[in-house]
Design a protein around this ligand. Sequence first.
Ligand SMILES: [Fe+2]
Length: 251
Amino acid sequence: MKPSYELLQLSDTHMFASRSEVREGVATYSCFVRTLDDAMRNTDPDVILLTGDIAEDYSREAYEAIRELLEPLGRPVYCLPGNHDHLGRMVEVLSDEPFHFLESLRLGPWLLPMLSTWDGDRGGGRLGEDELKRLAEELETTDADHALVCLHHCPIDVGSLWLDAVGLDDGHDLLMLAQRFPRVRAILCGHIHQELDSVVHGVRLLASPSTCYQFKPGSKRFTLDEMPPGYRSLHLFPDGHIESSVSRVKD
Ligand SMILES: [Fe+2]
């Protein structure tokens, strides 16, 4: 058994069809290229996780840009949708090797269920009964010792009024479900464009910065943070513990 499995989480890339498009003062394509370059110089992931909001403008070209940049790296890429994504185009472009769309990942004693919180482009998200049931069944029947549950929306309010208004409707249900299964070691999400590592109802919750623009924590109204773009690396150990850190990419 490997001493640990290394994951690289890239989230909220917000790509456009045009590679020069700027959103919130950031050219999202070139910012992603810079972030990815930094990540691949400083990590050696077994698997890359893309936790949603891959496209900003629902374009096929946005997904093709991601494919073009990640395919040559030779790592499996597990992805799930965010509220900004176009499900049909994402499936069309990011389902064939090395990409896996909404497929659970097994890494030795670890299971990583990949969940969809997509509920239209309304901003907020919802797992719904079917997705919660699917997760419960997977956690009940797996022979994996440990689980890291991955999704786009954050299951708790983070103290930003505007961001909490577009949160996960049934986040509490997810936390209650996770609490029932001691093998759930953590929940990993994106969406909030900021770093979080805390324990909620006994479950560790990790959220990560965007590869482009960041949201200022604790803001009543939409406010950007001047923090640089970033990514998260995670090491999953056979005894169930997770070591994880966020790296920021300076100019
Ligand atoms: Fe986002």
